[in-house]
Design a protein. Structure first.
Ligand code: FPP
Length: 257
């Protein structure tokens, strides 16, 4: 069950807490290969790590957690692996939605829906609908998501308004474009964590990550746990964020504890 543990001993008490953390859950395949296991086993263990991460995000007092679960480029994987990942998404929603709801988690899904199977689309809609009034943590599941595609869709939507005479091109600025992204209304991620030692964005939140801090961890995603999460938050709290200016703007996105 995903429920908040008593918060007093929680690691966030020692750190500045980011309001929004994005996570690139990388390394499931390598985790499995290094144990002689099939890749699906890595993804299954990755789902366990995701559950623990949501729990920790609640306990640490985050407002938003965005997890990169399936990229638009992941369709290029073998059909069996794509089917496994679709199955895990279904399992996650079917098994965990009730607990997420009870814990006050609001689920939001970003990414393309049109080319997903109807049963998956229905589950995503059900998760969003059931939890829409929750306020404790917003869990943003990036599924069938691509940052460049998201920006292109926003540009297309603005262009349609211009073509229809509803919008003057001179009115287009970064605020207006951001309102057409899947993440409209959600603050940019303060911190992006990537596991597995790779140090790249891989089309994750391309627009939103302009001033995010990055923490790269060597462990593979299935080994990511509360302690690793706390380590990343501690690293974040030691950073000075200047957002292009010369003075620190406060180290974090939320509050100092
Ligand atoms: C990257 O590892 C991980 C993914 C492409 C999928 C992430 C999925 C989960 C954490 C399981 C939960 C899933 C859902 C849908 C909720 P990789 O396979 O690229 O690892 P590798 O780089 O070592 O091969």
């Amino acid at each position: 069950m995903i429920s908040a543990e008593p918060a007093l001993e929680a690691p966030q008490r020692r750190y500045d807490v980011p309001a929004h953390v994005g996570v690139i859950m990388d390394g499931n395949g390598r985790w499995a290969a290094s144990r002689g296991l099939p890749r699906i086993e890595g993804h299954r263990r990755g789902l366990e790590a995701l559950r623990g991460t949501v729990r920790a995000a609640i306990d640490f007092g985050l407002d938003y957690l965005t997890v990169y679960s399936f990229s638009m480029e992941n369709w290029n994987r073998p059909v069996e692996e794509v089917a496994d990942l679709m199955g895990l998404l279904k399992r996650f929603i079917r098994n965990d939605l009730g607990d997420l709801h009870k814990s006050g988690v609001k689920v939001k899904v970003i990414g393309g829906r049109a080319n997903l199977k109807p049963d998956i689309r229905a589950l995503l809609a059900e998760a969003e609908d059931l939890t829409k009034a929750n306020t404790r943590l917003t869990l943003i599941v990036a599924f069938n998501y691509g940052g460049r595609q998201e920006i292109a869709a926003a540009a297309r939507s603005l262009a349609l308004d211009v073509a229809a005479g509803r919008l003057n091109p001179s009115e287009i600025d970064e605020t207006l474009l951001a309102q057409r992204l899947d993440t409209a209304g959600i603050p940019d991620p303060d911190l992006i964590i990537r596991t597995s030692g790779e140090q790249r964005l891989s089309n994750f939140l391309m627009w939103q990550a302009a001033y995010s801090e990055f923490v790269f961890l060597p462990m593979h995603w299935p080994d990511f746990d509360r302690e690793a999460f706390a380590t990343a938050l501690a690293e974040f709290s030691a950073r000075e964020r200047r957002f292009g200016g010369v003075t620190a703007q406060g180290r974090n996105g939320k509050i100092k504890i």
